[in-house]
Design a protein around this ligand. Structure first.
Ligand SMILES: Cc1cc2nc3c(=O)[nH]c(=O)nc-3n(C[C@H](O)[C@H](O)[C@H](O)COP(=O)(O)OP(=O)(O)OC[C@H]3O[C@@H](n4cnc5c(N)ncnc54)[C@H](O)[C@@H]3O)c2cc1C
Length: 378
């Protein structure tokens, strides 16, 4: 593609916002559309751990994006803070995994990938995190794991985009379908009318699969509901992230503690439930008994863009000139966003890619991994 092009981006979560940010300096104009306000869906609702929860359980494709992003996050945070005055608070606290069943695999992975993950004595974990519950017997620790305050990250990205003269953001603008000419995609139909572009990028998170149905395409990206609860403690209450049995506690710099999360297949329903509240509170107290006396100050749900093995789709849609995907980041969209959006821009602009794009190419996925299948939808 040439620099003289207009790119239309559908969906303003962290992936759409960062895609827009990366393309803005390289193309004539960028139009970002969101049916609500940008950054209010999964990218707001997530916990913001800058690592997959159990990184050793993922494929090399997810690992490659995660490692690139983890190294990049501190400078992204500083750059956005300097540009906008909104600090995404990239907070390096380290993470303790407790009583893992696959500790040996975790340590072998760390050795292979050269990551600073090591087994620690449980008493050392208690010394480092005095509020940790007493019901655990083993721990492994990685010191360089951060969390990002994702509601601020998306706010800061929006502010950075609003300052760019060739970027337009249309909020409350729902995309209902694609405009085609001679087989190519040349724009989108929206609640505000037709919007044309030379290239259209789908970054609509959990809704991406649904939107592609209008083109007769079957993309296995589906909503996976996740609920979280929030406490407010003293700023030094929890010095590190802790994780056991799939549940975690994340400290923000100001003492807010997030506890997550559920994994539920409930379609597009994001109603918080009483049963999840009770279950998350029980996990919170098991991890950190002192939270039994604390008040829950927030409870919400978000929809992760679930995809096969959590490997996102990044690249051109075969058979539909002008249509591109950057979606399906499942449980790791916040950590994977910087690498995914950099890789996306590399592929779209024909630059040397930061990592091999093949595992994410919609064209290249085997059908048993969930390829993009043209399908007959009546
Ligand atoms: C409880 C929970 C905890 C999580 N914890 C973490 C974590 O610790 N670390 C991590 O890396 N990831 C985490 N995630 C996952 C992460 O939040 C997601 O993978 C990521 O936010 C996906 O970003 P996205 O931009 O693709 O989607 P979204 O943020 O959902 O954005 C999609 C956007 O598209 C818009 N849209 C949809 N349909 C249309 C349409 N028809 N027209 C116009 N706009 C449309 C939506 O309004 C929305 O703004 C968590 C998620 C949840 C729910």
């Amino acid at each position: 593609m040439t620099r003289q092009q207009q790119v239309v981006i559908v969906g303003g979560g962290v992936i759409g916002l960062l895609t827009a940010f990366n393309l803005a300096s390289e193309v004539q104009s960028v139009v970002l559309l969101d049916r609500g306000n940008v950054g209010q869906e999964s990218s707001w609702a997530g916990g913001g751990i800058v690592s997959p929860l159990y990184p050793w359980r993922y494929s090399p494709a997810v690992t490659a994006l995660a490692h690139w992003s983890q190294d990049f996050y501190p400078q992204l945070g500083e750059r956005l803070f300097a540009a906008t005055g909104v600090d995404p608070e990239v907070h390096t606290t380290g993470l303790y995994w407790l009583d893992l069943d696959d500790e040996a695999q975790a340590l072998a992975w760390a050795e292979r990938e050269n990551r600073p993950l090591r087994a620690v004595d449980i008493s050392a974990a208690h010394d480092a995190v005095p509020v940790l519950g007493s019901g655990f017997s083993r721990a492994i620790y990685m010191a360089d794991v951060a969390n990002v305050r994702n509601p601020r990250l998306v706010k800061s990205l929006k502010a950075a985009l609003l300052a760019l003269p060739n970027v337009t953001i249309h909020e409350q603008c729902e995309v209902s379908g694609f405009i085609r000419e001679d087989g190519a995609v040349v724009g989108v139909q929206t609640s505000a009318g037709a919007i044309h572009g030379d290239q259209v990028v789908l970054t609509a998170g959990a809704w991406s699969g649904d939107l592609l149905k209008s083109l007769g395409l079957d993309l296995p990206v589906e909503p996976v509901k996740g609920q979280m609860i929030l406490y407010k403690c003293a700023s030094d209450f929890l010095p590190s992230m802790v994780l056991a049995k799939g549940r975690y506690a994340i400290p923000r710099r100001d003492g807010h503690i997030l506890i997550g999360s559920t994994l539920e297949h409930e379609g597009f329903d994001k109603t918080p439930t009483e049963s999840a509240l009770e279950s998350l509170k029980a996990s919170a107290v098991e991890l950190i008994p002192a939270l039994a006396d604390a008040e829950v100050v927030g409870h919400w749900a978000g929809l992760r863009p679930g995809s096969p093995e959590g490997v996102p789709y990044i690249g051109r849609v075969p058979g539909f000139d002008g249509l591109w995907l950057n979606c399906g980041h499942y449980r790791n969209g916040l950590v994977l966003a910087p690498a995914s959006c950099q890789l996306f821009a590399d592929v779209m602009l024909g630059r040397a890619p930061i990592i091999d794009p093949a595992p994410y190419a919609p064209t290249g996925r085997r059908s048993d991994e969930g390829a993009l299948n043209p399908t007959l939808i009546s």
